[in-house]
Write a protein that binds this ligand. Structure first.
Ligand code: NAI
Length: 492
């Protein structure tokens, strides 16, 4: 197909974006909405957007005029008979979408593709009962459509591979990056992203730290926004609804269980930015974390750096920079961190500090979080640690170049827990043939702006470490939530 006519149904936020992108790529685009005048208004609005692009020098005036000329608002679907690809972006409800697809099926050519921009409804269910269900394909864009590169191309049980391939080709021609997914709850992005919110909500519920601390820890790990500020931006009502729908669609697998903390925010009308309050108050947003200064640590008892690998090397490098502190390395150690006399400061292996203290037989233990960059990192002390030790720990981390933030002693802290769970969810998605590892990486980087894909984190952290973190979480909490994906188990 060369530049086939496109029909976009639903002239809301998404339909408008899709119509603009298709028209800019050279297609004639019919735009239909059941609300009278909505399609015509949408075309006017797209015209305004195009004008701004011209002002910014991103389009020529002629390109904008030609694009606008290709956008045709229509009053009746029958006026779009020539369309070879229809993309529906109407209300997110099964029955109206099914009715529309039936109508389109009868109206358009037998080989026309019926694409749906649904974000949560099964493509298999949408196609059910159609005469030719094989031509229904998910084409899931992200908001704002003109700026977000990802398109999840979703196949239902009956979708013909050649139609999915055609939609992928079309997405690519529109400058997008298509990633193929099998139709399962949440597809790729909305599924794999659940733990990013879920783990922080769990930590909030357990009183680990205030939201601004959890946000700062994950920002320091390279995420553009912390989960709390991000949920405030998305809106807790929307985020809670997506979580609930993924939970229900998975037959109430506890792994996807929504959070009481978020439900209360929703019940109280604290939706986030749009209502002026969520985790934070707006327009102020998250309060800045005060920077604390600690006195230089006491190296009297001698410093040993345990373990090998990136984190141990970084500790050794930082210790080497503290010229007055002699240290030795214990490369063959089975843990990573520092030993000062008999006291231990360990990279979390998933066990809370109190559990490590019990296992190694000393009270003065602390654990620190996965520290992908030398920035703010969380730490926790074993409950029976001495005051002298608890005062030394942040001083050591600060002397070595980190901004330490103390949080409650919970397993796998913040970043390690979040990354391990994102990897676990992605591994399960691959195990269940939802997508490939490469697809999961692209989808998460492009659909959510994550600094790396889950399988890239896995490569950095190592399978044994990720599985160890998950097993420790599973032992601590017991239940379905932290069960290790069999995909990871097979590779450990
Ligand atoms: P919206 O509410 O902004 O627009 C929906 C439009 O569809 C409205 O203009 C409405 O009048 C029209 N409409 C409703 N029923 C219709 C029907 N039977 N026939 C013709 N027009 C009809 O909604 P939005 O946000 O654009 O979402 C549309 C679809 O895109 C939904 O399936 C949603 O789940 C999906 N989606 C939304 C994203 C978002 O961030 N808003 C992201 C990705 C997908």
């Amino acid at each position: 197909m060369t530049d086939p006519d496109i029909l976009v149904i639903g002239a809301g936020v998404m339909g408008m974006g899709i119509a603009q992108v298709a028209a800019q790529s050279g297609h004639r685009v019919f735009l239909f909405d059941q609300r009278e005048e909505a399609a015509a208004k949408a075309v006017t609005q797209i015209g305004d957007v195009l004008e701004k692009l011209v002002a910014k020098g991103k389009l020529t005036g002629q390109q904008a005029r030609e694009t606008l000329g290709r956008l045709l608002p229509i009053q009746r679907l029958a006026d779009a008979c020539s369309a070879r690809v229809a993309i529906e972006a109407i209300v997110e409800k099964l029955e109206p979408k099914q009715a529309l697809l039936r109508e389109l099926g009868a109206l358009l050519a037998p080989d026309a593709i019926l694409a749906t921009n649904t974000s949560s409804i099964s493509v298999t269910a949408l196609a059910a009962g159609l005469q030719r269900p094989q031509r229904v394909v998910g084409m899931h864009f992200f908001n704002p459509v003109p700026l977000m590169a990802l398109v999840e191309v979703v196949s239902g049980l009956e979708t013909a591979p050649e139609f999915a391939t055609e939609i992928e080709r079309l997405a690519r021609a529109w400058g997008k990056v298509p990633v193929h997914a099998r139709s399962t709850p949440g597809f790729i992005v909305n599924r794999i992203a659940r733990p990013y919110y879920g783990e922080t909500l769990m930590l909030c519920q357990e009183g680990a730290a205030p939201p601004e601390v959890l946000d700062a820890a994950l920002r320091a790990a390279g995420f553009r926004m912390g989960p709390c500020e991000l949920m405030d931006l998305i809106g807790h009502d929307t985020n809670f609804a997506v979580t609930q729908s993924v939970f229900e669609a998975n037959f109430f697998d506890r792994r996807f269980a929504p959070s009481l903390v978020q439900r209360e925010l929703v019940e109280g009308g604290l939706y986030g930015r749009k209502s002026g309050r969520g985790f934070y108050t707006y327009p102020e947003g998250p309060p800045a974390l005060p920077l604390k200064s600690y006195p230089a640590p006491d190296p009297g008892a001698g410093l040993k750096i345990h373990g090998s690998g990136v984190v141990a090397d970084r500790l050794a490098q930082a210790a080497a920079g503290m010229q007055s502190v002699p240290f030795t390395r214990v490369l063959e150690s089975n843990w990573i961190g520092m030993e000062i006399g008999t006291r231990q400061l360990r990279l979390t292996d998933g066990r809370p500090a109190w559990r490590v203290a019990r296992d190694v037989g000393t009270d003065d233990v602390a654990v620190f979080d996965e520290l992908p960059t030398q920035a703010r990192g969380t730490l926790a002390y074993a409950a029976r640690g001495s005051d002298a030790w608890c005062a030394q720990v942040p001083a050591w981390l600060q002397a070595l170049g980190w901004e330490p933030v103390e949080i409650a002693d919970l397993p796998a802290l913040v970043v390690a827990r979040t990354l391990a769970m994102l990897v676990n969810e992605a591994a399960d998605a691959v195990q269940h043939s939802v997508c490939t590892p490469e697809g999961a990486d692209s989808a998460m980087k492009l659909g959510t702006n994550y600094p790396a894909g889950p399988f890239e984190w896995l490569a950095r952290m190592g399978t044994a470490r990720v599985v160890g973190l998950l097993e420790a979480l599973d032992r601590h909490y017991r239940g379905e939530r932290y069960r290790v994906s069999s995909w990871l188990r097979q590779r450990n």
